[in-house]
Design a protein around this ligand. Structure first.
Ligand code: FMN
Length: 277
């Protein structure tokens, strides 16, 4: 089930307006097969939950605060409350979203604008698990609602931070120029195109020799919820980076370098490193 990664990452964008027709059996089967083969570099168990309107009574009135129009199917993601659960959820769910994009389906990550309790009950998610997000999944409608257009404008969804604000060399005071990234220019560029909650783009990467260290950045005094969503964002971005290294046959491995955690401060959390080989 290989599909073109760079092309799909460039093509993906959040879809909030859907045609009200059901997912075809063939698309549904492909998604379920794909889910069964997902894994993540954080070695956490990620669970997926699929629900469809018309089949289950509890699903009929599920709330998305008027943000999503026409969707009939939703997928949710849950993980045990473990150290890297949220990053793992971000990583695997984004891979599924990219695959859905490749199949021609529309999706949008929803971590805030949905009724979490209603979906938790409809999706039978265990109370002690983390339930970071859902996405509608279906056929994109040609016509975007005014709300959707306004949201995109407000969050500047078509824009991303520039290289020098995200990628660094040896420490956070020297930006990494594109030319200095060598073979990793495209994996980093694909990371830069990742979606993130409110388009905040909290990913920071330091290149040090043959290593790329990934950090999550937030404002000092950020709420627990804000920091949690940003960990999901990191998982998403790391997925884009990793899938692109695989597409370009760049070999390497992820490693959590324990000593790096001592660099954490009020605004920064070290997550994981990629060691190129
Ligand atoms: C973890 C996460 C949570 C998000 N939560 C919401 C949400 O609750 N409601 C919403 O309308 N969009 C949500 N989004 C979508 C972002 O606003 C969107 O990805 C961003 O503006 C960039 O636009 P793009 O996905 O079209 O590239 C979320 C995205 C991510 C990655």
């Amino acid at each position: 089930m290989k599909f073109p990664i760079e092309e799909t990452i460039i093509k993906r964008s959040s879809i909030r307006s859907y045609e009200s027709k059901k997912l075809s059996t063939s698309d549904k089967e492909k998604l379920m097969d794909y889910i069964n083969n997902l894994s993540n570099p954080f070695n956490e168990k990620v669970n997926f939950h699929f629900i469809e309107k018309g089949l289950e009574p509890k699903v009929e009135k599920l709330g998305t605060y008027g943000i999503i129009k026409g969707a009939t199917s939703f997928i949710g993601v849950s993980v045990p409350d473990s150290e890297f659960g949220l990053e793992a959820a971000g990583y695997e769910f984004e891979q599924l979203i990219l695959y859905a994009t490749h199949l021609g389906l529309g999706t949008v990550w929803l971590a805030m604008t949905f009724s979490r309790n209603e979906f938790m009950s409809a999706m039978d998610i265990k109370k002690d698990n983390l339930f970071p997000a859902i996405s509608p999944i279906g056929y994109s409608s040609e016509k975007k609602t005014i709300k959707e257009r306004l949201m995109r404008k407000m969050m500047k969804s078509n824009q991303r931070k520039s290289w020098e604000n995200i990628f660094f060399k040896n420490n956070f005071s020297s930006p990494l120029a594109k030319e200095e990234a060598g073979d990793y220019k495209i994996p980093l560029e694909m990371l830069r195109l990742a979606p993130s909650a409110t388009n905040a783009q909290p990913w920071r990467v330091i290149k040090e020799k043959n290593m790329y260290h990934f950090y999550e950045s937030h404002k000092s005094g950020a709420s627990k919820e804000d920091k949690s969503i940003k960990r999901v964002d990191l998982g998403i971005a790391i997925n884009h980076f990793h899938l692109t290294t695989l597409e370009y046959n760049l070999s390497g491995r992820f490693e959590k370098i324990e000593s790096k955690k001592s660099e954490n401060n009020e605004e920064l959390n070290y997550i994981i490193s990629w060691i190129s080989e």
